[in-house]
Design a protein around this ligand. Structure first.
Ligand code: FE2
Length: 375
């Protein structure tokens, strides 16, 4: 699991995150607080989850977050000794097969929370180590925090009481139409002078993009309902009809009416693609999406729902694995790229160059659609 250390220290980026010691301290405390906020209200019964391919047991996942941070910050960067016996055998996601996570001799919930707090406190005492690994642990925790919300949605658990933003904002339906973006050579990806980047963003390179027109707005629930009603296509996984035939959607533990102006989400790549074809449109490429994000003019590129792109998730030319080797490499070819970020995503994760990736069948993600005009 220990990766090569021959990276250039100047070559990592957190984009909009400054990495003074004070900022690192704030990030470490904030991330752990958020994690605990997202699971604190759950009963022990709710902690026991069914074995599903798309989720992890809460008890394993909270311990994994702390172990990841202990491994990379305290052991790898700060040279400390292991805090627990056989941490790798319990919590290393590259070594512990997914289905076995339901059958491990994990510490109790109380002991796991104590471990999480102890790791956090020791990290705060070791912030003079390479900040790259502290930031890696923060963003890793942010991603798992989004996964906790996805798990809670999957299992019809309630919205965590501590959560302030609980859904995607409505689309500004007055912002109709497309933004026209001229063709040309554009810089895509991230460069070595940023504070922190993920390996799949390496490196910034030139891509020739043809002229294109991209929708200012995300596709709404009402637009997607029109598509379903017109074509008889399968409805989104969290939709159903009530006794009167009206569409409802499930938001965590509640069934609510469709909200016509909110963006459609929790749809697969195939559903997104089918909508585009029906509408005489297409998904953007991830390069077009990134160019549009940098150009400006589109609404809700970030912080509403993830946006499927037409691309398979592939390495850029010049890609090489960073120390956390399993972040991207195992997932190339089989996954599709999504861009932007959802309401459930921490704002510090969202940058034009950030590439998210899921298999195209996933319907549990807050992922929706921004369309492009056909040429
Ligand atoms: Fe992880």
């Amino acid at each position: 699991m220990r990766g090569s250390m021959n990276r250039s220290k100047a070559s990592r980026s957190a984009g909009n995150v400054a990495v003074s010691r004070a900022d690192l301290q704030t990030l470490v405390v904030d991330a752990r607080g958020r994690t605990l906020d997202l699971v604190r209200d759950l009963s022990d019964e709710q902690f026991r989850v069914p074995l599903l391919r798309t989720i992890n047991p809460f008890l394993w996942e909270i311990g994994h977050i702390a172990f990841f941070q202990e491994y990379w910050v305290l052991r790898n960067a700060a040279g400390r000794s292991p805090m627990i016996a056989d941490g790798e055998g319990l919590y290393d996601s590259a070594k512990v097969a997914h289905d076995s996570r339901w059958h491990l001799p994990l510490p109790t919930r109380a002991d796991t929370v104590r471990y999480m707090e102890e790791v956090r406190d020791r990290v705060l005492d070791n912030l003079s180590c390479d900040s790259y690994f502290v930031l890696l642990s923060i963003f890793h925790e942010d991603m798992h925090d989004e996964a906790f919300l996805i798990t809670r949605q999957t299992l019809s658990y309630p919205v965590p009481p501590a959560l302030k933003v609980t859904d995607a904002p409505a689309v500004n339906i007055s912002a109709v139409g497309d933004i026209s973006i001229p063709g040309g050579d554009y810089r895509i990806g991230s460069s070595a002078d940023e504070e922190f980047i993920f390996d799949n963003e390496k490196w910034m390179h030139t891509v020739n993009v043809r002229p294109f027109r991209i929708a200012r707005s995300l596709v709404t629930q009402d637009e997607f309902r029109t598509f379903i009603d017109a074509t008889g296509s399968p409805h989104p996984v969290y939709w159903k009809r009530d006794a009167n035939g009206a569409w409802l959607r499930r938001h965590f533990d509640r069934w609510i009416s469709l909200e016509p102006d909110r963006p459609v989400s929790n749809i697969s790549w195939s559903e997104a693609d089918a909508y585009c074809r029906w509408a005489g449109r297409r998904l953007p490429t991830e390069f077009e999406w990134e160019v549009a994000a940098r150009t400006g003019g589109c609404d809700q590129m970030f912080g509403s729902v993830w946006q499927w792109t037409s691309n398979d998730f592939l390495p850029y030319t010049g890609f090489s694995e960073d120390p956390y080797k399993e972040y991207s490499s195992p997932w190339f070819q089989t996954h599709k790229t999504l861009r932007g970020g959802a309401w459930s995503t921490r704002s510090r994760m969202m940058r034009p160059a950030y590439r998210n990736f899921y298999t195209p069948d996933r319907r549990d993600i807050w992922a929706g659609i921004r369309t492009c005009a056909l040429d």
